[in-house]
Every structure is written in structure tokens, then in C-alpha cells.
Design a protein around this ligand. Sequence first.
Ligand code: SAM
Length: 297
Amino acid sequence: MTSSDREVSGASPDGLPPLRDIISAFGLEAKKSLGQNFILDLNLTRRIARAAGKLEGRTAVEVGPGPGGLTRALLLEGATRVVAVERDERVRGALDMISQRYPGKLDVHFGDALQTDWPKVLGPTPGPTVIVANLPYGVATLLLTGWLDTEPWPPWFERMVLMFQKEVAERIVAVPHTKAYGRLSVLAQWRTAPRIVLNVPREAFTPAPKVESAVVEFVPHKEPTPPCTPRALARVTAAAFGQRRKMLRSSLKQLVAEPEGLLDAAGIAGNLRAEDLSVKDFARLALVFERSPVGRG
Ligand code: SAM
């Protein structure tokens, strides 16, 4: 019997009850306000876990374990430790069962992932760490930009493997001259190499969300170039894409009174629009900006 046969017949390869039974035993009806769309198929959560690469010898950080589908997959695939942050205290009993099955390997912190001090929850010697999560969509981009803003860089994580709404995943990996290309593409691609590794249909979730989803892998660049600050890049991209149909010499007036000087110093023509610039162009512009009197202020 293969492991997937066993799952179909009801038992799971980790010997724990199937997720559907756990959800009904603990009364875990999905809460919309917490972005709860659970994945009950352990074959799928194991595929997501495997997208994080080798898990032996690694700590996996998970946001929102819920009833524990992805958590179980990470442990089944060999993670040395899983550190999970969850807002919903109702799932405590379900996660306790996993802790008992894998003694000493699962640390759960109840709280808001947006307020979490990651190095603090990981402790002094976390070893190589990856972030793997089926994110709550309401806060997914905020969590992502928080991780992308990490200082110092290279960050405390080796890789991130994150589920987003498909439309957000497409914005993250978008290239210049496309409608999807925007702030998120630039912020993500300056510091990491993002790539869609898996498309996930609506029906894979319980309850099914309104939109399709996709898993994105982010591999951090060791030295993002040019070496601007994330703050300057955030300000420049906000101004440029805030009025994306305008030429840069006009849209960047949000940032500085006379954008021409900035654009000249960065070697960028003022009649271009935000979507014409590459990620490196934006980082060069941000570097010139942060050295200017307004940017320094
Ligand atoms: N990992 C589970 C799975 O794949 O089936 C559940 C994923 S569900 C899309 C998102 C989870 O994030 C829910 O369990 C929800 O309670 C939790 N959550 C929502 N907002 C959160 C926050 N700000 N901090 C931590 N967890 C949060």
C-alpha cells in the first residue's frame, strides 16, 4: 500500500487522524475574518513542504497552522523543528496532538504574525531556517513586505515558500511592460528571486475561496544591487506606481519638487513611465534619492 492509498482509505501516514475528523472533533468551523481556508489533502501539503527543499536539519517557520495540515506535512517531510504562529486559540487541541506525535519538534506561539519578533521566537540558535505558509490572504502582502524589509540582509531565512491568491503571485513575479508589474514586483525581485512553483485550484481548500491560488518560492539574493535601502525603494516605487500612467518626471513630483535632477543622476529618461523601468533602474533611482537632501531628511 502506498502512502497516498492509506490517506484515501482514511488513515494518515503520520498515524494521526485525518484532518476532516480533527476539524469536526474540535469544532473548527472556518472563520472568514481570519482568512481560514484549510487544505485537508496531505498529498498537497506535502508537495508544498517539499517545495521548501531539504527540511532535514532545518527549522520551518509557519504562519497560521490552523488544524495543522501543512504543519504535519513539514514534519513528515523531515523538518527538524516547526515554529508556528497562530491567532486562533481554538486550534490548540489539534496542534497539541501533533506535538505529542513529534515530541519537542513543534513550538506554537499564539498571537498575531504581523506583530511577531521572528528572531526572538526562533531563539538564539535556530540553525538554517525556511518560512513555509499557506498565508491568510487578508495580511499576506503585509507579511511578505515585512520579511522583505528584514535587516540585516541576507536575512535570517534561507528561503520562503508562500501561498498567495494567484493574482498576487502574478504581481510578485511580473516583468516590466506588463499590467501586473508594480511595487510588489520591484520590492520582491530586488531582494529575492521569486518564482511560481505550484498553481492551486479553489477546490483544494475547505471552504473554497472565490479565487485561484499559487505557491511562490523566494530565494534571497545575497547582495541586492544596487544597494539602496528598502525605505528609499518603497518611497520611489510608491510615487512612480501611485500614478503609473504618468511620465516619471511628473509622477515623481510626489517625492521631490524637481524630479529631473534625480532622473538625470540615475540615467533615466523623464518621459518613461513606471512600468518601463527594470528592478535595477528602480534601485538605482532609490540610491540617488536616498543620497539627495529630501531622501536624507
Ligand atoms: N495552514 C493551514 C492550512 O494550510 O490548512 C491554515 C491556512 S489558513 C489560509 C490561514 C491561517 O492563518 C488560519 O489558521 C488563521 O487562523 C491564521 N491567521 C490569520 N491571521 C493571522 C495572523 N495575523 N497571525 C497569525 N495567524 C493568522
